[in-house]
Structures are given as structure tokens and as C-alpha cells.
Design a protein around this ligand. Structure first.
Ligand SMILES: *Cc1c(COP(=O)(O)O)cnc(C)c1O
Length: 494
């Protein structure tokens, strides 16, 4: 008898060639009709969002379905999974698709965004940057965004998960460019202590990034602000001079276009001049505020972005696109690549085929595999046009001014800060921090509206951050009425 060969063993193993796809035309038809039903329900949800409450507390039973269920070893099927989503997940979001959501800074998405996300998953490309359509789409989106931001058309850049990551990339390139030695090869120990400058109003991404980049928070110089929460420039000049005298190397100023607390913008033109004179990197965090640049009317408020070495901004906030999508633009494309490219053998560029040209985006950031975020930006810009998105941004600024006017005219409420852009911070007159917090929580719990809270000049304030294309004037009338009546309730101790 002949000996059994490995090939015989393969032949004897029963073939199981099932996949995760439906396996018969009938199964495909069922899957397709389930998908149609989900599309219909998604659009029903969005079309009727105004009639629903902004936010509702997760009931205990739902919470445990979502948190405590055991790992499904055997699937319950796509229909059951979808039903569970409709029942347990969809109704209990934070509320940012609702016309009266103005918490933190969030966008509410769009119908075109829903379609784009479906189509991106259909194609499912890995946008590390091949010679393929998805890469071309992202490169084009970056060029469009550079044009909208007043940056050179040949700027480099890429889409990231959000402002935090986009800002981090800008700072990493800035450090590489201005450390004065090869910081990639040598690490921080090889040079003098590096210094980065920002204001007390800068967003927390910067502290996290300084920690992660090994420079530590002590390398971050926090510059004071004036009464309008803008960087104090004399203090900046002095800090740079002091640091140089102490043997440190000032490498970067991180200016903000639209601070998260009040929407203030640093004097970007003056800071650009200082950076130029000091040979420092000029980075602008414009997470939401940079989008004001798209508007001719609002552009003077954020003038100077066009001089940035790098600028980071979100499209999932004031660009109204679905989470997650942020962008960083880098003026010097060569530097951008030099700050990240590795030349790894398994990523080598070919003369022809899908790897022709190398992996563009892998050479521009820390991530390798990336999703097709660019599609929702590309489709939003193509479907709505940049002008329509800009018109919504202008509308939001007008509505914010309207709210500021209502608050100013109210005998019960008062503004907690100036309103330069789209953020309105306010308090109930005579209420202490706890009472203002209580007013905010009741407003949220009743599902009327969702502003958030912050601390302004050491005191709690209710903060309305407006990047919502669905809000109407009447929504702000309703907000003010609700704040006045809940405030009266709280002040009376009810
Ligand atoms: C929101 C925000 C960030 C962080 O952006 P994410 O998209 O949340 O990561 C950074 N800076 C400012 C000014 C912001 O408003």
C-alpha cells in the first residue's frame, strides 16, 4: 500500500467553502431587503428628528443589553442584530443629530453623509495610498480643502480621525522641521530642551501630544490671554526670549482659530510674523474656527490661517460631515513626507501596478491602514457644494449673535463672555455655580436642548456651541424661555 501523502490528507478533508456573504440568491435577496429597510428607517429617523427629544437617559434594561450581554458565539442573524440596533442603540445617542443640540462642539451629519458611509463600506478600500481611485479622491479633497483655507494648492495633508490627531501630525512635522537636528534619528536627548507656546485657552489635545511626543508638559509654555481670550503677544515674545537665554530652543507656536471655550481667535497675522522672525513653526488649531475662513464675510475673524506652516481642522464639527473626519494641511510637502516616511521594504513603490508611486498617506502620518474618510468629504462637497456649507456656517454665526442678543435682552440671563463666533456662554443672573449646573442638567434631562458647560474666569457657565445646520431661530427662542423658567424653578429651590 502506497504511503499517504500530505495531498491525500487535503483531499480527505471535507470542503467547507462557506463565506460571510449570503450563499444563495434567496439569501442575497433577503439581505438586500433588510438593507433597504434599514435605509428607510435611517431616513425616517433623520426626517423626524425634530419631533423627538434631544436626549433621553438610557433605561437600565437597555444599558444592560448593551453592556452586559455575553459574547455571541453563535450569531442571531442580521435581522435580529438590526432590530436590536433599532431598539437599543439608535434612540439613545447623545443627541447631536437634533436641531437643539449645541453641546461641546459637534456636527450633526447629513443625508449625503449617510449614503457616503454606506458606499465607502461597499468599496472598503485601505487608503494607505495606492494608485487607486480612493487615493485620488483623498488627494483631490486635500487640494480642495487647501484652496478653501487659503493654503497653497500644492500643500500636503491628509484626513485624520479628528482634530486631535490632525493637530498632532502638524506638531510632529513642526518639531521635525525646527528641532535643529535629526530628531527622528537621535531622539530628544540629542538636543537642547524644545519649547512650544500656546495660551491657557488651548485645547487639551496639546498637553496630551506634548506628553506623548516625549517633550512633557513642562516644555509647553502657557501664555496668558487678554480680556477677549486672545494670546498676549508681549508675553509670548518675552517667553521666547527668556527660553532662548536659558538655552532652550523655541520651535513652535500653536495658535487657535476658535477656542473651545469662547470661540476666540488669536491674532494669527501677528503670530505668523513672530514665528517668521524667530524661525519657528506656525501651527494653527482651527478645529472648528478655521472653517470660518471659507466665508468671505467671516474670513477677517481668522485672517492669518493662510500663513500657517500647518493647520488642523475638523470636518465632523462645523463641516457637518459624519464622524469621524478631521484634516491637517502642511505647507511644505517635502517636509511632511520627510517627517514620517520609513521606506519599509514591504511598502516599496513599484514602477507599475497598484503600488506605483508608493504609499502616499502612510508616508504622511503614523497610521498605515486607513478607511475611506475622503469619500464623505468628496461627496459632501460635490453634492452640496462648498458655498452651501459655507452658507450654513454663516447662518450659525448669525444665529449665535441672535442668541447673544436674546440673552443680553433677558432680565434673567447674562453673557459670560463676548461672542466673536459661534459660541455663547451664559449664566442665570444671581445663580451660583451649582445652580447654573443644575439649570443645565434639568434642561438636558428634559430633552429640551443640549448645551454643555465650562468654566469662564473661574466660574461655571452654560455654553452653547453652535455648529448645527438644523437649528432655526425659534429654537433659540425656546432655549431662552426654557432657561428662564428652569432658572426661576431652581432659584426658588424647587
Ligand atoms: C474639538 C477640538 C479639538 C479636538 O478635535 P477632535 O476632533 O475632538 O479630536 C481640538 N481643538 C479645538 C479647538 C477643538 O474645538
Amino acid at each position: 500500500m502506497a504511503e499517504r501523502t500530505p495531498q491525500d490528507a487535503f483531499k480527505e478533508t471535507p470542503l467547507d467553502e462557506t463565506t460571510l456573504d449570503p450563499s444563495t440568491p434567496a439569501e442575497w435577496a433577503a439581505m438586500r431587503s433588510l438593507a433597504h429597510r434599514m435605509v428607510d428607517l435611517s431616513f425616517d429617523h433623520m426626517e423626524s428628528r425634530r419631533e423627538q427629544s434631544v436626549w433621553q437617559q438610557l433605561p437600565g434594561t437597555v444599558r444592560s443589553v448593551l453592556k452586559d450581554e455575553e459574547l455571541p458565539r453563535r450569531g442571531e442573524g442580521a435581522v435580529a442584530a438590526c432590530d436590536s440596533f433599532l431598539q437599543n442603540v439608535l434612540p439613545y445617542g447623545v443627541g447631536n443629530t437634533h436641531p437643539r443640540f449645541w453641546g461641546w462642539v459637534m456636527g450633526g451629519g447629513t443625508p449625503v453623509g449617510i449614503v457616503a458611509e454606506l458606499l465607502a463600506a461597499t468599496m472598503n478600500p485601505n487608503v494607505g495610498g495606492f494608485d487607486d481611485s480612493a487615493t485620488m479622491v483623498e488627494l483631490q479633497v486635500i487640494r480642495w480643502l487647501a484652496e478653501l483655507m487659503g493654503m497653497p494648492v500644492h500643500s500636503s495633508g491628509l484626513l485624520m480621525s479628528g482634530g486631535t490627531m490632525a493637530n498632532l501630525i502638524g506638531l510632529v512635522v513642526g518639531r521635525y522641521a525646527r528641532a535643529g537636528y535629526d530628531v527622528r534619528a537621535e531622539g530628544l536627548q540629542a538636543g537642547p530642551p524644545l519649547r512650544v507656546y500656546c495660551t491657557s485657552e488651548a485645547h487639551s489635545w496639546l498637553k496630551k501630544s506634548m506628553e506623548m511626543m516625549g517633550m512633557g508638559r513642562s516644555s509647553l509654555r502657557i501664555i496668558g490671554v487678554d480680556a477677549r481670550f486672545m494670546m498676549n503677544l508681549d508675553e509670548l515674545r518675552q517667553a521666547i526670549a527668556d527660553d532662548r537665554a536659558a538655552g532652550c530652543r523655541p520651535i513652535c507656536v500653536v495658535a487657535t482659530a476658535g477656542t473651545v471655550n469662547t470661540g476666540a481667535t488669536d491674532d494669527l497675522v501677528a503670530i505668523a510674523d513672530i514665528c517668521q522672525a524667530e524661525q519657528m513653526w506656525f501651527h494653527v488649531d482651527g478645529a472648528f474656527g478655521a472653517l470660518a475662513y471659507w466665508s468671505e464675510k467671516l474670513r477677517p475673524l481668522v485672517r492669518g490661517i493662510e500663513r500657517a506652516d500647518s493647520v488642523a481642522f475638523d470636518l465632523h464639527k462645523w463641516g457637518y460631515m459624519p464622524y469621524d473626519i478631521g484634516c491637517v494641511l502642511i505647507r511644505d510637502a517635502e517636509l511632511h513626507k520627510a517627517a514620517f516616511a520609513t521606506g519599509a521594504s514591504y511598502l516599496t513603490a513599484m514602477e507599475r501596478g497598484p503600488a506605483a508611486g508608493g504609499l502616499y498617506f502612510a508616508d504622511r502620518n503614523i497610521e498605515l491602514s486607513r478607511g475611506f474618510r475622503a469619500l464623505k468629504a468628496w461627496m459632501s462637497l460635490k453634492a452640496y457644494g462648498a458655498d452651501a456649507i459655507t452658507a450654513q456656517i454663516e447662518k450659525n454665526v448669525e444665529q449665535s449673535a441672535y442668541l447673544a442678543y436674546l440673552v443680553g435682552a433677558s432680565h434673567k440671563l447674562q453673557l459670560a463672555a463676548e461672542v466673536p463666533l459661534n459660541i455663547v456662554c451664559l449664566r442665570y443672573q444671581g445663580a451660583d455655580d451649582d445652580q447654573n449646573k443644575e439649570i443645565l442638567m434639568r434642561l438636558q434631562e428634559r430633552g429640551i436642548a443640549i448645551p454643555s458647560g465650562t468654566i469662564i474666569n473661574g466660574r461655571f457657565a452654560i455654553r452653547v456651541a453652535h455648529s448645527n445646520h438644523r437649528s432655526r431661530r425659534e429654537d433659540f427662542d425656546l432655549l431662552v424661555d426654557a432657561l428662564e423658567s428652569i432658572g426661576a424653578e431652581v432659584m426658588a429651590g424647587h
